[in-house]
Design a protein around this ligand. Sequence first.
Ligand SMILES: NC(=O)c1ccc[n+]([C@@H]2O[C@H](COP(=O)([O-])OP(=O)(O)OC[C@H]3O[C@@H](n4cnc5c(N)ncnc54)[C@H](OP(=O)(O)O)[C@@H]3O)[C@@H](O)[C@H]2O)c1
Length: 279
Amino acid sequence: MTMRLIDGRALSQQLCTHVHQEVATLPSTPCLAVIYVGDDPATQVYVGRKRDMAMALGMESRVMHFPAIVTFQELYETISSLNQDAKVRGILLQMPLPPHLDRFALLEAIAPHKDVDGLTSQNLGLLAAGHPRFVPCTPQGCLRIIDHVGYDVIGKTVLMIGRSNIVGLPLSLLLGQRGATVTVAHSQTVHLDQLTAQADMIISAVGKPDLVKTIKPGAFIIDVGISRVEEDGLCRLAGDVALSVQATAGYLTPVPGGVGPMTVACLMYNTLQACKATL
Ligand SMILES: NC(=O)c1ccc[n+]([C@@H]2O[C@H](COP(=O)([O-])OP(=O)(O)OC[C@H]3O[C@@H](n4cnc5c(N)ncnc54)[C@H](OP(=O)(O)O)[C@@H]3O)[C@@H](O)[C@H]2O)c1
């Protein structure tokens, strides 16, 4: 079997076209508010993409930027006022946050029906119970990639590397609910290579280049990780999966151009759903 590289950009474009068409039929323009803290250039790029895509799809976008020294209280009050603002249908608190801020408490402050990344305990609880309100954007992007290819996970062994609330935890639950046999690996996992060598599907969400080097021939590899690596004085983006894996994978998502664009498209989709739920 020759490896098939999955074009996340083309797939995200399809979803965005659908969202654009639906937004045009809404009685009012949905507004997505994105809050971010600090001056990390990568975060600014991600937020810019979300703002630009929202606007391109006919939504309003409100980007709220705070310096790294912002207080918990100030952010909490900002989220509370966005919760009260009827125009705002979706609220995204962009990660990472500086360490002095209580990330859990701030996410919990988001009204669950505006929590378009599905990270509040209520929304993660609904997902765990099999009735998600919003499927978190990156896990949803991975599922859409799997569905696009028509890959049936029932009875397959899936290795989920990473267990964060934003990617690994919800995605491992969702795949288990679909009938996959899911193993979750993390920083304390020993002999990761033995696990990667056996799985039918590997989804890696860590942020360590070349973490996945050994795979089962024909395996479906979804590379969520993003790292910046210096090479010959130039900076490039890398996933978690070694380039050598390309020779034997069945399907592979590239970095960049794989899961990343799907995450943005799914945020737009969730914002549309948030809007439709209150019509
Ligand atoms: N493409 C996209 O749209 C998208 C979206 C979100 C995130 N990302 C990228 O995905 C990566 C993960 O993001 P995140 O927010 O989930 O990060 P995170 O919260 O830092 O979680 C990283 C996970 O990786 C695990 N880990 C660390 N070292 C490991 C190792 N050597 N072997 C196995 N597991 C290891 C950690 O284990 P412990 O739990 O034991 O600490 C943790 O569960 C990052 O590179 C991020 O930039 C991409």
